[in-house]
Design a protein around this ligand. Structure first.
Ligand code: SAM
Length: 291
């Protein structure tokens, strides 16, 4: 199954629904006018809300309240990271596991910037269909790259025009925990190989030693019971590599932050709670320094 109608592809729609809800909040952290159209175009989620007003418990709903706000905050923080990176010299953006990310359409990019979106063919085909029905116009040159990140995606990316000699910024948002540890390691290795000084990478990891311990957390339970997505079954449960250590050993600098750090900074977003499936989430911001 490589589309958005099941398996890990459906998680792309979950994030799109969260962004649709975030967009309509009075205290929105990020705007994504295309997000609700993805949700409405997919039969698998015809019953999902795209406005908080459609959620009976509103903000008290663990899935469409707290978890959706988490995705809204993550979107905003990573928007800011990408825009900062292009202001300081990156000419190419690579979205790994891009899903239904519409940053190529939403953000104000400098001229000449190229956005590469890597995901599986079925997800990108669905995305294309919805965006072309909307006649959506990107604000940068956008290059979808259908590829499986467990196979040879590097050839697909370079064949699509990515230039390893030009500074780039990379994003693995909501991705690495779905991939086996060795795939994460080879992916981070590839990013290091394909980047020059002045490039940057942000990614999300989960630090919990035993994800299963949080099986009964409100977020996992609500996601399983309300929309039938069992995240713990989709996450890879093998040992995780130390990707931050791997990058710093190669000379990158990295800062590791909790989402709650940004909730406090923005005055909006999830805060810690007992039995919290978000407790181990970390957002990593890495830079390959100039000499
Ligand atoms: N980064 C997007 C965002 O935050 O909106 C999407 C996140 S979604 C939770 C995870 C995405 O990773 C899905 O679109 C899925 O298709 C993609 N993905 C998972 N495993 C993949 C693989 N082996 N190759 C390519 N894409 C993959």
């Amino acid at each position: 199954m490589d589309g958005v109608d099941g398996g890990v592809g459906l998680t792309a729609l979950l994030v799109a629904a969260a962004r649709a809800i975030e967009t309509q909040r009075h205290d929105s952290l990020a705007q994504d006018i295309h997000a609700e159209h993805f949700v409405r175009a997919a039969p698998a989620c015809s019953e999902w809300p795209v406005r908080l007003q459609q959620v009976p418990d509103g903000d008290a709903d663990p899935l469409w309240g707290r978890f959706a706000r988490y995705f809204g905050l993550r979107t905003r923080v990573l928007d800011d990271f990408l825009l900062r990176s292009v202001r300081t010299g990156a000419r190419q953006v690579v979205l790994l596991g891009a899903g239904l990310d519409t940053r190529a359409f939403r953000l104000d990019w400098p001229s000449g910037l190229v956005v590469y979106e890597i995901d599986r063919a079925g997800v990108l085909a669905f995305k294309e269909r919805v965006l072309s029905d909307l006649a959506a116009a990107p604000k940068a040159r956008r290059v979808p790259v259908p590829a499986d990140l467990r196979a040879d995606w590097v050839t697909a990316l370079t064949t699509a025009g990515f230039d390893p000699a030009a500074p780039s910024v990379w994003l693995a948002e909501g991705l690495l925990f779905y991939l086996p540890g060795p795939v994460e390691t080879s992916l981070i290795d590839a990013v290091d190989r394909l980047t020059v000084e002045g490039s940057a990478l942000a990614f999300e990891v989960k630090l919990e030693k035993d994800l299963w311990e949080y099986r009964d957390s409100a977020i996992y339970t609500a996601t399983r019971e309300q929309i039938g997505i069992d995240l713990l079954r989709l996450f890879d449960r093998g040992p995780r590599p130390d990707s931050v250590g791997g990058l710093t050993a190669r000379g990158w600098s990295a800062s590791v932050r909790t989402p709650f750090d940004f909730t406090r900074r923005h005055g909006r977003g999830p805060l810690p709670e007992p039995n919290d499936a978000l407790e181990g989430n970390r957002w990593v911001f890495a830079h390959k320094p100039r000499p």
